[in-house]
Ligand binder design. Structure first.
Ligand code: NAG
Length: 343
């Protein structure tokens, strides 16, 4: 790869990022003028709402891995098969509460806060969020839970990690369940080949910039959560108290930079030019559950994953949004149960 080529692509990406950065600044300022003085205030929340401590979801625990201390919530009998839940952006273990409650009867359910999120440790350096390291966290966590393998259930950014773990560490994944997260190879191909997906992915470019992403989410008391957890009729899909759970967690100091660093660290320009190696074919039986109303991801991703997975089942959830496991709980849990009950 020539240096010139690298610099050209780097500049184009930076240009696109600056464009979206400018647009974001203007949008935020516009909303500020409309909303008034309190716009840049995030309420101080000293105590977590009760739902974050609800024993029905599980017990809180920590594990120290080689390089990181992770927080997780667990439920069910430790002798049952292990279901490990990996959340996306911008969430934490709480994203999986409905599944924890449902599957604790038949499984040992564990939902972690990924590094940099929630009550897990938050390394300061961007390079600490490299995809290689994020994969190792999952592999090491399974070992630390004294298991050889698990049923890995993942969403969004958690899905990026889980796709990679299932491909690169097949011995660790017995079954794979992915919700609204494209197979990484298909995502790269589509980002290159489809204007539609490219435009839907604008925030990935925005997130390459310093400061502006963090600044833009700290508006109107973390209004971002009021905007993303809504159904097709723009009604909140989680309770007010659950909303407070998210706002409590993400109002704490330093809560946003590590999650955004996932995007900053893993935007691979060198890989874009040279073409990255596609991942080894996934051997674990795999279920993709896909909320059809995802505004950030094209609906054909599940089918595009077929060549990359040996044994794939796809279940679409009509009217389900990106956060499908909280949006359409009954449908998602039924699909999960059906898949897990197969031999
Ligand atoms: C695919 O996976 C399902 C679910 O685990 C299993 O029931 C089925 O036998 C598998 N099919 C093949 C061809 O291996």
């Amino acid at each position: 790869m020539s240096l010139i080529k690298y610099l050209v692509v780097r500049s184009v990406v930076f240009g696109i990022s600056l464009f979206y950065g400018g647009l974001t600044v203007l949008t935020v300022l516009f909303r500020w003028f409309k909303n008034g003085n309190e716009f840049f205030v995030v309420k101080e929340r000293s105590l977590p709402p009760i739902c974050l401590q609800d024993a029905a979801y599980g017990r809180h625990a920590y594990l120290k891995l080689k390089n990181i201390k992770l927080h997780y919530v667990e439920n069910g009998d430790r002798n049952k098969p292990l279901m490990l839940f990996v959340h996306g952006y911008p969430e934490f273990w709480f994203s999986w509460r409905h599944q924890m409650k449902e599957f604790a009867a038949t499984h040992w359910v564990v939902a972690l806060d990924m590094r940099g999120y929630g009550d897990s440790e938050k390394p300061a350096k961007k390079s600490e969020y490299d995809l290689e390291i994020l994969q190792k966290d999952i592999v090491e966590l399974v070992k630390a839970l004294k298991r050889d393998s698990c049923i890995l259930v993942a969403h969004d950014w958690g899905g990026v990690i889980a796709w990679n773990v299932a491909a690169n560490y097949p011995e660790v994944v017995e079954k794979l369940v992915i919700m609204n997260s494209p197979h990484p190879t298909t995502f790269r191909e589509k980002l290159r080949g489809s204007i539609g997906q490219f435009l839907k992915s604008w925030y990935i470019f925005l997130y390459q910039l310093p400061y502006i992403p963090e600044w833009s989410v700290h508006t109107n008391d973390l209004e971002i959560f009021d905007r993303i957890f809504v159904d097709e009729n723009n009604q909140l899909t989680i309770t007010e108290e659950e909303l407070e759970g998210y706002k409590y967690t993400f109002s704490r100091k330093g809560a946003w930079t590590p999650p955004i660093n996932y995007y900053r660290q893993n935007f691979n320009i060198k890989g874009m030019i040279e073409g990255e190696k596609s991942l080894p074919k996934i051997r674990a039986p795999t279920l993709i559950i896909w909320g059809e109303n995802d505004i950030a991801l094209s609906k054909d991703f599940p089918e595009l994953a077929r060549p990359h997975v040996q044994n794939l089942t796809v279940k679409y959830v009509p009217k389900g949004n990106h956060f499908v496991q909280q949006d359409k709980v009954a449908e998602v849990n039924a699909h999960l149960a059906e898949f897990l009950n197969k031999a």
